[in-house]
Design a protein around this ligand. Sequence first.
Ligand SMILES: Cc1cc2nc3c(=O)[nH]c(=O)nc-3n(C[C@H](O)[C@H](O)[C@H](O)COP(=O)(O)O)c2cc1C
Length: 189
Amino acid sequence: MTSSRPFDKPIPKSPEKPFPIVTGLCDIVSGFGRGSAELGIPTANIPIEQVPEAARDLEQGVYFGYARIESIKREERTEPRDNHRDVEYNYGKYLEPSNGDFDVLPVVFSIGLNPFYHNKHRTIELHLIHKFTRDFYGAQLKFNILGYIRPELDYATKEALIDDINKDIIIAKRVLQTDEYRYFMEQVM
Ligand SMILES: Cc1cc2nc3c(=O)[nH]c(=O)nc-3n(C[C@H](O)[C@H](O)[C@H](O)COP(=O)(O)O)c2cc1C
């Protein structure tokens, strides 16, 4: 089954109920590893039980907000992953303040089952709109949810999914530049 992207609902001038929703610091864990490898769009996966109930209750879909990363001082370790490359948990050790890696960053993310990949459990996967030079599994991330972009869809091809995520990124960047949304950057500081 393939759905095509519906007309995007207009995004309000400022966040409307139930937004904003803000999280505490959440752990960045490994997903299935397809985000970077297959889509070229790396995502930070967050354990769903670490986000506030209001966020878990949201309808499946694509959302936007701001996020900020914190590294943790801990010994690096490697975790084997089924059918994929091992994951290096470095807890954010190689992130660079001078590269803006710890700044408050715009973020787009999906909450749901990734119909394209037929996941069985709900996941939250964030794509931070920023050029990182290293992975940061094990680091922590605080984020807020300021609005909804579209439902999660199934796609005929990987390329169609990538195209839509790129559209989401453009939409989120545009909205998050306005004063009404920038105001909420401080929630994640
Ligand atoms: C902004 C954004 C939008 C997404 N939209 C969809 C979608 O509409 N349908 C879908 O199946 N997956 C969607 N995804 C999830 C991707 O399929 C997912 O990030 C990818 O499977 C990588 O997951 P992994 O890191 O667990 O391997 C979206 C992800 C992001 C960050």
